[in-house]
Design a protein around this ligand. Sequence first.
Ligand code: PLP
Length: 368
Amino acid sequence: MQSGMIYADHCATTKLCDEAMEAMLPFLRGSYGNPSQPYFFGRESRKAISEAREVIASCIHAEPEEIVFTSGGTESDNWVIKGTEGDVITTPIEHHAVLNSCEDIRRFGRNTFFIPVDGEGTADIRKLNAQAFDKAGLVSVMFANNELGTIEPVREITEAAHAKGLLFHTDAVQAVGHLPIDVKALNVDLLSASAHKFQGPKGAGFLYIRKGSRLRSFVTGGAQESGRRAGTENTAGIVGMAAALRKSCEQMEQARKHLTALEQIITQALDSAGTDYVRNGSAQHLPGVLNLSFRGKQGESLLHRMDLKGICISTGSACDSKNTELSHVLKAISLPEEYALGTVRISLGAENTVQEAQTIADALIEIC
Ligand code: PLP
């Protein structure tokens, strides 16, 4: 990181942790054997992948054979939407990896229905039009929203999906490593995750596929991952992801407390300065995520002025940061326009300090 820079965009990506780096190095240098090869050099990689699978499974209370490695959240989400049958029931505030996959399957005659969300971005399955269930095969609702931080009522929606005999998938890219996740207790069928959101490497992720769930292969070719996902495994990425997830899960509670304290520093400073803003999202939110709308301001201009002060924040989701139009998430929660246009997302990480939170607040107050 550049000296003096304050990084507060952890929903976009995170710094690789030392544990992940250490775990990866042997597989980037000496142990580069192909895990599919039967000789010792290949077996070494295979063993590392199998150990990583066990670590990851235990972090989300799954069985190791229910974890399939992918290239990240986007691939996992695409796989689920494109590998299932029937119409899809989802929310209007999903990541584009889900929404654009739903667009793609329209050419196969598969439609998408949206569960209404309230002003905090919480989905309410009871408000879904009953016709949506007629030809549906899948319900896909994110665990936590990447712009607002809102945690969705996943358990309740899973029950509703199962009551109709549908598969339930959750895009848990923002939640894994940050919130306790027990796939058995939640009873979800499919769950997507991405390593770079919890201090693992970019280009590595996984899909949890509950034993017995019907899902067609998406990436086809060789017989890797028990024939479910083809392609030579990203050994270093997988091993790094496991090390990062283990660390995140061990330190989760400590991180939650720290991040909650930092959030309060920022909101209290803004309140004391009489800043005209609203905080979006639900009280049930990802620790450290603040989605703030400043009245009469431009989010993009706030971002650039913060950047000039060496502070990295976002105007919405990472993919939307070049777009001056309101994000699909802000549109869905129907914020009044005079606030909506001035929206920024601050997403803090465990390494952010009290001093940095104060500096972020001071900078926002000064700019506003
Ligand atoms: N889903 C959500 C909720 C995300 O926030 C992101 C990334 O921002 C993705 C999916 C895509 O994940 P990846 O960057 O691993 O492809």
